[in-house]
Design a protein around this ligand. Structure first.
Ligand SMILES: C[S@@+](CC[C@H](N)C(=O)[O-])C[C@H]1O[C@@H](n2cnc3c(N)ncnc32)[C@H](O)[C@@H]1O
Length: 271
């Protein structure tokens, strides 16, 4: 039996573009000898799995996509989508199978990336560690599990990057990324509504997650005059201020320009 529960299958074309362009940069995807990528919990349509494949083929032309779903009806319907779209014999291949957090893979293989988007948000927080552990066990040593959440059309998106144990590094979360559409953004703490399940209930005064939201809003307000030069300039200054005030911002300016900020997990007080 697949591990987990059937939950709402809501999805939308293009809603996962922000996380997909982050996954494009994952070093293990580029260097692996076996570019097998899993989309776990793809939902009511094959569309976001097909889009992930299209985006990853640009950086890893032989990438192989496996969509896993706990709902057999959604697996059948995704296979019909492939037929309709003439993709059943696609190379590199894309396939859909029944599976849950145990992440069933072809014999002897492990995944370089597992994207589990808008899946754990529908579970209670105590279920998260076991689900992570199962999925992490299906990863290659340089692989990544991306556990995230977004709004209906992907303007607000957040995700955790988790890696398996390698050498002295224990398995678990490495970072939190927030990715926001900057045009028309009122306050960056809009991301609080879409935090991954492991963090969303910790956005309370005194908690590091709440401090992050408060600091983002504070510096976004301080840099409001930069809006004259565009929302991107205002965001870049906001991230720079967080960094110079002690937040461990992991990625560089190329990523900030996209409306992203990535913070080391250790700063979020959950260890
Ligand atoms: C809200 S949809 C997300 C669809 C797509 N990933 C997206 O973000 O647009 C969540 C899907 O995850 C599936 N799901 C829930 N638990 C699962 C599990 N343990 N293993 C595989 N799929 C699961 C549900 O059946 C549902 O179709």
């Amino acid at each position: 039996m697949p591990v987990g529960n059937i939950t709402r299958g809501t999805t939308n074309p293009n809603r996962l573009r922000r996380v997909d362009r982050w996954i494009q940069t994952w070093p293990g995807l580029r260097s692996t000898g076996d570019p097998l990528v899993v989309d776990l919990g793809f939902g009511a349509s094959a569309v976001t799995t097909v889009e992930l494949r299209e985006r990853l083929v640009r950086v890893r032309p032989d990438v192989e996509l496996l969509g896993l779903e706990i709902d057999p009806a959604r697996v059948a319907s995704a296979r019909e989508d492939l037929l309709r779209w003439g993709m059943t014999d696609a190379h590199p291949p894309i396939r859909f199978d029944l599976g849950g957090f145990e992440t069933p893979l072809p014999r002897g293989r492990k995944a370089t990336v597992i994207r589990a988007f808008n899946v754990l948000r529908q579970y209670d927080e105590p279920h998260v560690p076991a689900a992570w552990e199962s999925m992490l066990a299906a990863l290659q040593p340089n692989g990544v599990l991306v556990d995230g959440t977004c709004d209906e059309i992907g303007r607000v998106s957040t995700w955790l990057a988790l890696t398996p144990a390698v050498g002295d590094r224990p398995a678990g979360p490495q970072s939190l990324t927030l990715s926001l559409k900057l045009d028309g953004l009122d306050v960056p703490s809009i991301a609080a509504e879409r935090l991954p399940k492991a963090l969303i209930h910790h956005n309370v005064p005194g908690d590091a997650v709440n401090n992050l939201m408060t600091d983002l809003d504070k510096w976004w307000a301080v840099h409001a005059p930069l809006s004259t030069f565009g929302a991107t300039q205002r965001w870049m200054a906001t991230v720079e201020s967080l960094k110079s005030n002690g937040w461990p911002v992991l990625a560089g300016r190329t990523r900030w320009r996209l409306g992203e900020i990535t913070i080391a997990w250790g700063a979020l007080g959950r260890d």
